[in-house]
Design a protein around this ligand. Sequence first.
Ligand code: VG1
Ligand code: CO
Length: 544
Amino acid sequence: MKIHRVQTTPFSDQKPGTSGLRKKVKVFRQPHYLENFVQAVFDVRPSLKGGVLVLGGDGRYFNREAIQIILRMAVANGVARVIVGQGGILSTPAASCLIRKYTTQGGLILSASHNPGGPDEDFGIKFNTPNGGPAPEKVTGEIHERACEITHYRIADIPDIDLDTPGRTTVGPMGVSVVDSVNDYAELMQSRFDFDRMKALFQDGRFSMRFDAMHAVTGPYARRILEDMLGAPAGTVMNGQPLEDFGKGHPDPNLVHAKDLVDALYTDDGPDFGAASDGDGDRNMILGRQFFVTPSDSLAVLAANAHHVPGYAKGIRGIARSMPTSQAADRVAEKMGIECFETPTGWKYFGNLLDAGRATLCGEESFGTSSDHVREKDGLWAVLFWLNLLAVRGESVADIVRDHWRQFGRNFYTRHDYEGVDVAQAEAAMNQVREQLDSLKGRRFGNFTVALADDFAYTDPVDGSVAEDQGLRALFNDGARLVFRLSGTGTAGATLRLYVERYEADPERHDQDTQEALAPLIDIAEEIAGIRTHTGRDAPTVIT
Ligand code: VG1
Ligand code: CO
């Protein structure tokens, strides 16, 4: 086996964002581009030499090619064994599960998550540490620094490795284990949820469900778990075949992109329960018949009902949510007398809290929920949690959520995304808010008075690390909030996100339309940021 030491020069744009390095496929396919980044990972993680690496991706275009390149680099960099998902397929939570279960030195996950795939679309790569979670900022910073000074990478001359047949092979001194993509993950789910009870729910014949895998990675996972193991009728899983271009769709499980599922649920005789997951299987959308559960409410409801589910029946230690996520979970934590944490956007910030046993459930408003069973958000886990809950409580999704609102009050919540905006225009809007931060406090807008306005910064309570510039926020004195943030996952132009929240205690007013309930605050946001003026857009691209 010949090992080449290939000369290279750095690329200036290899800085990981909210979740790994995401670029157009064309960028990744430039000579040396992927190789430089992967070598930077090997260089800053010396434990991978002689160690075990987990490798897999969401099956998007370039996935297989990238895996072969990484395998050749792994041999050349002295990795002892690589665990690869069959066909190169691993959902993000399944990769996290494998990294932890087989006490490995980390993993490389290939995905651009909810971003579209195909030759003209997006690709991504992310390094996860031995705890199974996305590398913290310190590590991604080191990788980026290394990528900026790289001069060589190491790659072996070996034929392509068969990824489709499970089993063990060797390549020179390195072992390669091709593993079933679903087995270990399904076993983990069995250890947390009451499979018999969920099975009975499907057998009963009065309950029906639809799961939209959006032609992305969760297809095989959902089919195995929902249809094979839990006995849901064939066809429960729709769009279950992973495709390299996600069937030309946008694998983002929200009301706009999972439209077929939403249409199926919004009929009088539609399924009782609907759910969807994203490109890499870490997001979830939860629907009841003619009812949408906001991700923020979902986190709060799961926390308040955790005692109904075997894996959490002994109680949860704490709840963590990202800053823009609604404060609905805070009310549950308060009532339960447990800690509640507010972290910056991105799952990597939950890692320390989970490792330290201070948080059991975590959530993000961006359709992300999970627990300490892995160190990533986990789409199917959230779906099974809901299913377990529906089986135990025997009520509809809508009734469970309405009941929750009656007990805790309702946090009306929406996010408005302005996608593909000119970078300078997006920054102009952000700057307009930033300039007012000092003068906003005490200012009145209609019925709302600003109690605090700042640029969110976070000090990790476990290791003391500080993350700054994590979003601009205006908090009003009755718990209402506005948050302005630029996305860190996009690959073209800028995406400006506006997050809006208001608390309503009165059950008589819980059935208002969300956009109407929040209209005065949406107007205030425009007054403060002038997003429409700066971008020339008269409406957001996506409202969730
Ligand atoms: C978005 C979401 C964030 C999420 C991230 C990765 O980031 O807002 O909550 O963690 O995507 O999700 P941003 O920087 O674009 O707002 V995934 O499913 O794409 O790994
Ligand atoms: Co994702």
